[in-house]
Design a protein around this ligand. Structure first.
Ligand SMILES: [Zn+2]
Ligand SMILES: [Zn+2]
Ligand SMILES: [Zn+2]
Length: 298
């Protein structure tokens, strides 16, 4: 069903629009009541759309349709789709479906509590009013950012473990995202999230924060450092990890020596490129069985 994929993509694209908008308000400052309200409501819209998009992608469009429509044929559902007559189940039901036997996401109680909190805010604001108490106003920035990273970050990113995983943040408006990267709460929560998602993290050569994943992609600036024409890695003499990065594009202009930096422990070391076989070696390990100046092990 081609339209099913198209439908999920459309929900996804609209979720991105609301996230961009929410981030714009976070960047303007949530101490202001208008910005706070806009950020909350836009974030909630994004969560509803992202959840539906994700459920359609994993379980099919019928999962989110009201029962009367879910038993129709593919072509009948497509007809309803193109004529804007699809009837979608309540958000709450879809959310509970993901909690159930299927357990679609690795969410803990806390993530569902956050979803419920924003649902409550949104419903009150749209249908009557909501009086934010002092504590809610104090924590609203942290709460919005938490939901952005831990809920939308999961609903809209590929699974962990996939090489060159595409992150939700990569779909966002670049200039608003760049401002968000100046936000200490965002950086703090992102780091905590990544620590939970990945066993090992390394220092990104571009951001200088510990946000690079094992597949040499930074989960903060999204630069990748895996192209072997530009980046080579040797073993670190201090921590033992193969994470000493060096500038492979310039080492030959430098008499085959260049300084490398360990992205795990931060120590630097001299890297040598064998002029015969082209291997990269940590010259400060002084391992005479490996290639060194005047000697090739191969
Ligand atoms: Zn980075
Ligand atoms: Zn090291
Ligand atoms: Zn060699």
């Amino acid at each position: 069903m081609k339209f099913e994929k198209e439908f999920a993509q459309l929900l996804f694209r609209n979720a991105v629009i609301f996230i961009d908008s929410a981030i714009g308000y976070i960047n303007k400052g949530l101490g202001n009541y208008v910005n706070m309200l806009q950020a909350i409501v836009n974030l909630q819209f994004a969560m509803e759309l992202a959840l539906k998009s994700s459920v359609v992608s994993c379980c099919g469009i019928r999962t989110i349709l009201v029962s009367k429509q879910s038993c129709l044929s593919d072509s009948e559902i497509e007809e309803l789709y193109v004529t804007n007559k699809l009837k979608i189940r309540e958000y709450d039901e879809i959310k509970n479906f993901t909690k159930g036997r299927e357990r679609l996401y690795n969410f803990e109680r806390k993530e569902y509590q956050y979803m419920e909190m924003f649902q409550k805010y949104r419903n009150c604001v749209l249908h009557s009013s909501y009086i934010f108490n002092e504590q809610e106003r104090q924590s609203v920035e942290k709460d919005v950012i938490y939901a952005l990273i831990y809920i939308l970050g999961i609903l809209m990113s590929e699974e962990t473990g996939i090489e060159n995983r595409k992150f939700m943040q990569e779909y966002l408006n670049d200039s608003q995202y760049a401002i968000l990267l100046q936000n200490p709460i965002y950086n703090h929560e992102l780091y905590n999230f990544l620590k939970k998602e990945y066993e090992d993290l390394y220092t990104c050569p571009y951001c200088s924060t510990r946000t690079m994943t094992i597949d040499y992609k930074c989960a903060r600036c999204f630069n990748t450092f895996s192209d072997r024409h530009f980046f080579q890695y040797v073993t670190c003499g201090y921590c033992g990890e193969d994470m000493v990065i060096c500038d492979a594009a310039n080492i030959e202009y430098n008499n085959n020596y260049i300084r490398g930096l360990c992205l795990n422990c931060g120590n630097d070391t001299m890297v040598y490129k064998c002029s015969k076989c082209g291997q990269y070696i940590n010259a400060e390990l002084f391992d005479m069985t490996k290639c060194h100046e005047g000697f090739c092990a191969f």
